[in-house]
Design a binder for this molecule. Structure first.
Ligand SMILES: Cc1cc2nc3c(=O)[nH]c(=O)nc-3n(C[C@H](O)[C@H](O)[C@H](O)COP(=O)(O)OP(=O)(O)OC[C@H]3O[C@@H](n4cnc5c(N)ncnc54)[C@H](O)[C@@H]3O)c2cc1C
Length: 371
């Protein structure tokens, strides 16, 4: 007999947890104002990039990202099987390119670091990069090919997850949670109180507005702002898609990426800004992203600017998620996924199912326990 579980949050983490819990026989409710349509998950690029996201000094996090990426083939297949929807899971790979000599030197340092971690990445000349991506500028200084960094269409993913949840009997309560009380009991914005066997906290940066989290052992989350653009491809102008694989770039020391979708559109991102909860779209950030994107792929000039948006990445002080039982009875955390929540959603959901079932989790997950 399954448990009664309330999931707080309808982003990729909340929905993935809810779907996996329902598939494992639990009675699940998702409490969120607009599930599958908001949060960082809605604006994200959808890269599944354990290698190109590897940062100096974060080898433990990289190991987690590699494990997370390994869950994607089965997760995407199961979700597409359950819903009949294509989630745009694409394994063509990624190329990271350098614009100037110091960008090339930085990429070489990064490549050496990736190799010390045992990650697959190959140094490529400028012409080899252009063989892989014909739309690249001829002015580049070469780059790195990373076959194992993939992508998913995050919005298609959220739609499929919401549908899979509904198909699996998950109930949606379209409301914010204002407080957590002992029980565990959730207090909703309209004053209703919902009791459950377990609560899964997956509200991203929204967690900061929920009262009563003292004593959970969770660190404070900080929002890290990201600007991101969506560029459309009018058929008449671009009959052939501009890109067939993700391109990342270093442009005079600044990072930019271009992630192609199956419909020919391209997602261009993203800034990383410590500005509190500010979500305003700033002209300067849009300008910078477009300049950097066209420096490495000049053909973006012909695309249509469809959307300029910002999102708040939920980050812990050490940029590592917290997944596990909190110090409060019956309350599990699945928060703080920062730059890699799309990538880590399948792994997080599987871990939450194991936690609810009181089964052991892997050492990598055990290390993320809030307590
Ligand atoms: C510009 C940008 C680009 C990114 N690109 C990538 C990428 O390429 N690959 C990748 O893996 N990750 C990427 N990320 C990171 C990724 O988007 C996040 O790590 C991930 O979306 C976090 O998911 P989440 O479900 O925890 O939070 P969110 O997606 O923020 O969802 C939080 C949910 O909780 C709900 N909520 C909030 N407060 C409450 C409340 N009080 N009560 C009830 N519900 C509440 C919200 O309405 C929302 O539904 C990117 C992020 C940004 C901003």
């Amino acid at each position: 007999m399954g448990s009664r579980i309330h999931v707080v949050g309808g982003g990729v983490i909340g929905l993935a947890c809810a779907w996996e819990l329902s598939r494992n026989g639990h009675g699940v409710t998702v409490c969120a104002p607009t599930p599958g349509r908001d949060g960082a998950s809605w604006v994200a690029a959808g890269m599944l990039a354990p290698v190109t996201e590897a940062q100096f000094g974060e080898s433990a996090l990289t190991a987690l990202l590699v494990e997370g990426a390994g869950r994607w083939p089965a997760f995407a297949a199961a979700l597409e099987g359950a819903t009949g929807h294509d989630v745009g899971y694409d394994t063509t790979g990624t190329v990271t390119v350098a614009l100037d000599a110091s960008d090339r030197a930085s990429l070489d340092d990064l490549l050496a670091y990736q190799h010390t971690l045992g990650l697959e990445a190959h140094r490529r000349s400028a012409s080899e990069c252009r063989d892989l991506v014909p739309a690249l500028s001829p002015a580049l200084r070469g780059g790195i090919e990373v076959p194992g960094d993939h992508q998913v269409d995050n919005r298609a993913l959220l739609g499929a997850l919401a549908e899979a949840c509904r198909g699996g009997g998950v109930t949606f309560v379209h409301s914010s949670v204002t407080a957590l009380e002992a029980g565990p009991v959730l207090v909703l914005a309209d004053g209703r109180r919902l009791g459950a066997d377990h609560v899964v906290l997956a509200a991203g940066t929204g967690l900061r507005a929920i009262d009563g989290l003292g004593g959970t052992g969770l660190p404070s989350l900080r929002p890290v702002k990201g600007h991101i653009l969506r560029l459309g491809a009018p058929d008449a102008v671009t009959p052939v898609p501009l890109l067939a694989r993700t391109v990342r770039g270093l442009v005079h020391g600044r990072s930019v990426y271009l992630v192609p979708r199956r419909d020919g559109s391209v997602v261009v991102g993203a800034t990383v800004e410590e500005r509190g909860a500010d979500t305003a779209v700033r002209a300067g950030a849009v300008h910078e992203l477009l300049c950097d994107a066209r420096a490495i792929v000049p053909g973006v000039d012909e695309l249509e600017l469809v959307e300029a948006a910002t999102g708040l990445r939920p980050a812990t002080p050490d940029n590592t998620p917290r997944i596990g039982w909190t110090a409060r009875d019956g309350v599990i955390a699945a928060v703080g996924h920062y730059r890699n929540g799309i990538l880590l959603a399948p792994l997080t959901a599987a871990a939450v199912v194991d936690l609810v079932g009181r089964r052991p989790v892997t050492p990598l997950i055990e290390a993320l326990a809030p307590t």
